[in-house]
Design a protein around this ligand. Structure first.
Ligand code: NAP
Ligand code: F7E
Length: 320
């Protein structure tokens, strides 16, 4: 019989790639969607006939319980969150409700109606924040630098706590930044590739950004969802860092993205203090050797290929 998976956050970047991957593997996929007055399903339009959608909101315990009850999942992937770091300073309480307490609501729903289901929590490299060691691995202490990262740190620990308290097969993937043509346009990579496409096609004259010196370990989202699935297929539950092991600055991203269309980023990029953060994470670089050894997971898309893939996709979207 086909395995059943429930994905929260299925309308987001990772949810859409994970749904693609699980359907390819023969899963029956259920997707939790919150009510909206506007369409939020553009990333999963191609899957509408193959996924069963369940309306629920992470803020509403009864709706979450109902979704788990209906899906009767073998596996739950908890990807839903308020995931944009700057918004976590302007809406810190809501971010805590979604990104921290939302995890407990999902775990409680699982405990109540599907205690045998395996649970994946979307943890984040942002938990390392002001890093204590380089590179960061599963044992590196956390020092979160934003309300988002604090909320994710809670979600990480409550997942481990439910594993230890109730024997639930609950794992946490500490994923470093991962991007794709389906990335939200407010995140820096997509903001840049969208900006490059607009500038190249004469639709915009400049691109306003914040800190160009911060460095991230950027990978491809399609690679990272494979790791989520692998984590739930192990004999014992455990936590894994997923990263490429290479770090690059926003400036290097700009050089490659503008260079790909024969432009120089310095002619178009303006620094704008509105995009600076109250506390910055300067550099992240992950050590995913545990994932390589135990899951057999390795990334397949290089940084350079990722940038080019995203620029080309945005050029195509704008009609080039
Ligand atoms: P994303 O594109 O921002 O998607 C977030 C998803 O959460 C959307 O489907 C959104 O639904 C849903 N959501 C938000 N609030 C909700 C609520 N109250 N009830 C139900 N659903 C809600 O994020 P992503 O990049 O795919 O990331 C997936 C997860 O991994 C997130 O938890 C993120 O924090 C975490 N993460 C991401 C990265 C990364 O680099 N991408 C790295 C580490 C961890 P709507 O469409 O209705 O808004
Ligand atoms: O910023 C700098 C900014 O917003 C990356 C989320 O998926 O990954 C993501 O969080 C860097 C930061 O991602 C702009 O200051 C400069 O240093 O693309 P971002 P993030 O904050 O790293 C982690 C792993 C998650 O878990 C999160 O959910 O780029 N930057 N200028 C800018 N960033 C933005 N957004 N906009 C700018 O104009």
């Amino acid at each position: 019989m086909a395995k059943r998976a429930l994905i929260t956050g299925i309308t987001g970047q990772d949810g859409s790639y994970l749904a693609d991957h699980l359907l390819d593997l023969g899963y029956e996929v259920f997707g939790m969607i919150r009510r909206s007055s506007t369409e939020t399903t553009s990333r999963i339009e191609h899957l509408e006939d193959r996924v069963e959608f369940l309306q629920a909101d992470l803020l509403d315990q009864a709706s979450v319980v109902k979704a788990v009850e209906t899906a009767r999942p073998d596996e739950i992937y908890n990807l839903a969150a308020q995931s944009f770091v700057p918004t976590s300073w302007s809406q810190p309480v809501l971010t805590g409700q979604f990104t921290a307490m939302g995890v407990t609501r999902m775990l409680e729903a699982l405990r109540q109606v599907a205690p045998e289901a395996r649970f994946y929590q979307a943890s984040s490299s942002e938990m390392f924040g002001k890093v204590r060691e380089v590179p960061q691995n599963e044992l590196t202490p956390f020092h979160p630098r934003s309300p988002y990262a604090v909320a994710k740190t809670y979600g990480h620990h409550i997942t481990i706590n439910y594993r230890e308290s109730y024997g639930i097969f609950a794992v946490s993937g500490i994923l470093f930044n991962h991007e794709s043509p389906r990335r939200g346009r407010e995140f820096v990579t997509r903001k840049i590739t969208d900006g490059v496409a607009r500038i190249k096609l004469g639709l915009a004259k400049e691109l306003r950004l914040g800190n160009l010196d911060s460095e991230r370990d950027w990978g491809y989202a399609g690679d990272y969802v494979r790791a989520m699935h692998l984590m739930l297929q192990q004999d014992e539950p455990g936590d894994f860092v997923i990263a490429t092991g290479r770090t690059h600055s926003v400036r290097q991203f700009l050089e490659i993205a503008f260079g790909h269309v024969d432009l120089n980023y310095e002619d178009y990029v303006k620094q704008d203090p509105r995009f600076l953060r109250p506390a910055e994470v300067d550099q992240l670089i992950g050590d995913s050797s545990k994932a390589k050894n135990e899951l057999g997971w390795v990334p397949t898309v290089s940084f350079e290929d990722l940038v080019v893939m995203m620029v080309d996709a945005d050029l195509a979207l704008h009609g080039a």
